[in-house]
Design a protein around this ligand. Structure first.
Ligand SMILES: Nc1ncnc2c1ncn2[C@@H]1O[C@H](COP(=O)(O)OP(=O)(O)OP(=O)(O)O)[C@@H](O)[C@H]1O
Length: 313
């Protein structure tokens, strides 16, 4: 098997959530893939006031407030799905503050079919692609994990009746060098089976008290499609993983005003997002030799989606 590139790229998109009153402080320039924030100086602050008023961020793409779910899928996810079918690992994650639309983007809105998100669209695209490739045999497995306070939980523990978050099976999140995973994954023979696993996971995310369950903004959720492909009559097996990640809310918690459980949750979230930021910076520098890129700059109705394909499975 010919080796693929170690890192083939990381693309960062910003999706702007439709809001009733768009902020006049946010200027979107789609031709330059640039957004600007104008934050007026607080003149009463000091006599000499050097406070910065103008912030500018560039992205690989901007999904404006008018962008619908199908456009988001085609621009952000389709290339990663294509890569996964060819044996490249890929990851798509949504990063942003609570309420910025991460879950809407990754899993979808609850009311309308057109609002289905990246996960069900990736499932459909993969099985549609499999049906076209009669010269290849594929095996698909699904895993869906929740991470709360650094502990991993299996959201697809379908064999057991889950009544409380504590009933979810705790799992080890490790991965061996050859890609073998230590957490459970479940075989999906067709699109319907994969979607049923997705629905089971979605249901299990909502179990337990709202502030603490896996649908809340305090846990990360990772839906992974594990693909194994082999040309008919050949022994070489290509394995890839497509990770679709709904991250915990990115808001920073100030040092005052929170304690106990909330502070503990915030510490884990902040630490894991900090590591993620380091990974993105390292990957981006490695992939493109580009400038450092600030993950924490954007405002309330903004959300980041990042995509990367990171080599052979
Ligand atoms: N692009 C969009 N179009 C229409 N509605 C949207 C869009 N993005 C988000 N929403 C709606 O905004 C609300 C908040 O979105 P969502 O729950 O996805 O945010 P979140 O970032 O996942 O928050 P949390 O961190 O709390 O999980 C939901 O009611 C969702 O349906």
């Amino acid at each position: 098997m010919a080796p693929g590139p170690e890192v083939s790229g990381i693309d960062i998109y910003v999706r702007i959530k439709p809001v009733r009153r768009p902020s006049p402080r946010l200027v979107v320039d789609t031709s330059e893939n640039k957004i600007e924030f104008i934050i007026p100086r607080n003149e009463s602050a000091r006599l000499v006031n050097n406070q910065r008023e103008h912030f500018e961020f560039r992205f690989n793409g901007i999904l404006t407030a008018e962008a619908k779910q199908d456009e988001v899928f085609e621009r952000v996810a389709r290339p990663v799905v294509t890569g996964a079918m060819e044996g490249y690992n890929g990851t798509i994650f949504a990063y942003g503050q609570t309420g910025s639309g991460k879950t809407f983007t990754i899993t979808g809105g609850p009311e309308r079919y057109v609002d289905r998100g990246i996960i069900p669209r990736c499932i459909s695209a993969i099985f549609s692609e499999i049906s076209k490739r009669s010269d290849q045999q594929f095996t698909v497995h699904i895993s869906y994990l929740g991470i709360y306070n650094n502990e991993g939980y299996d959201l697809l523990d379908a064999g057991r009746e889950i009544k409380a978050m504590e009933d979810l099976q705790q799992v080890h999140l490790g991965e061996a060098e050859d890609g073998t995973v230590s957490y459970p994954m479940y075989r999906a023979n067709n699109e319907e089976a994969a979607l049923n696993l997705f629905f089971t996971g979605e249901y299990n995310r909502t179990i337990g008290d709202t502030p603490r369950n896996m649908a809340s903004s305090r846990s990360h959720c990772i839906f992974t499609i594990h693909i194994e492909g082999r040309k008919v009559g050949e022994d070489v097996v290509r394995r890839s993983k497509l990770n679709l990640v709904d991250l915990a809310g990115s808001e920073r918690v100030s040092k005052t005003g929170v304690d106990g459980t909330t502070l503990r949750e915030a510490k884990y979230i902040n630490l894991s997002l900090h590591y993620l930021e380091q990974v993105i910076i390292a990957l981006q520098e490695k992939a493109m030799g580009m400038n450092r890129w600030g993950l924490h700059g954007a405002g309330l109705e903004i959300q980041f989606c990042a995509v990367w394909a990171d080599g052979w499975g």
